[in-house]
Ligand binder design. Structure first.
Ligand SMILES: CC(C)(COP(=O)(O)OP(=O)(O)OC[C@H]1O[C@@H](n2cnc3c(N)ncnc32)[C@H](O)[C@@H]1OP(=O)(O)O)[C@@H](O)C(=O)NCCC(=O)NCCS
Length: 166
């Protein structure tokens, strides 16, 4: 199955599929800060404006269906404009087959080409697969934000990771 997955730049035609994939992963309540996707029109506005600014937005496609995404978005202030934040996810049936690695490697390549020197992310301390993937592609642990995520009364540490390339 993984061999048929295409990694492409996100375009407007992918926004609804991206919204569905984001909502699916968010509703698992384990991996993302969001616990559900924002309304579709907010998601569309956010994605189109972010893409127009030159941020990296990739999707993993199975046929025409969006099954995952990876975005790397530049920070706003001039003193932090070399920094960017990474977010990603795959819907459950597509995990553990190397698709995440293909997605993140393609996204990092584009981010570097766009002059993003420092890429940072936060990962929940119990998310072994994501942490492993990030380590594999060169992210290092920088610290821990203790109890930074809380869902249904359960607190979770968030590991701060980053990659710096200049
Ligand atoms: C995190 C995620 C994007 C990783 O993508 P993926 O395609 O599933 O991961 P890959 O198949 O590329 O595997 C990445 C690494 O994790 C390892 N791995 C795979 N499944 C694993 C598991 N259940 N436990 C531990 N490690 C695992 C792989 O072996 C690989 O490491 P390796 O290169 O040393 O062999 C994907 O699993 C996902 O979307 N998870 C839910 C959402 C999420 O966690 N998003 C990130 C929030 S920070």
């Amino acid at each position: 199955m993984a061999g048929n997955i295409r990694i492409e730049r996100m375009t407007e035609e992918h926004v609804e599929g991206f919204h569905r994939a984001l909502d699916t992963v968010a509703r698992e309540r384990k991996y993302l800060t969001l616990l559900e996707a924002p309304p579709i029109e907010d998601t569309r506005g956010f994605a189109l404006s972010s893409m127009a600014k030159g941020n990296v937005h990739l999707v993993a496609l199975d046929g025409g269906e969006v099954v995952g995404w990876c975005d790397i978005r530049r920070h706003f202030f001039p003193s932090q404009a070399h920094c960017a934040s990474l977010g990603m996810g795959l819907v459950p049936a597509y995990r553990g087959q190397g698709i995440g690695r293909r997605l993140i490697e393609a996204a990092i390549t584009q981010a570097r080409a766009a002059g993003m020197i420092r890429i940072e992310l936060g990962v929940h301390a119990d998310n072994v697969r994501a942490t492993r993937l990030y380590e594999r592609v060169g992210f290092v642990h920088e610290g821990v934000s203790r109890d930074a995520f809380c869902v249904d009364g359960t607190y979770m540490d968030v590991i701060n990771m980053a990659m710096v390339s200049r």
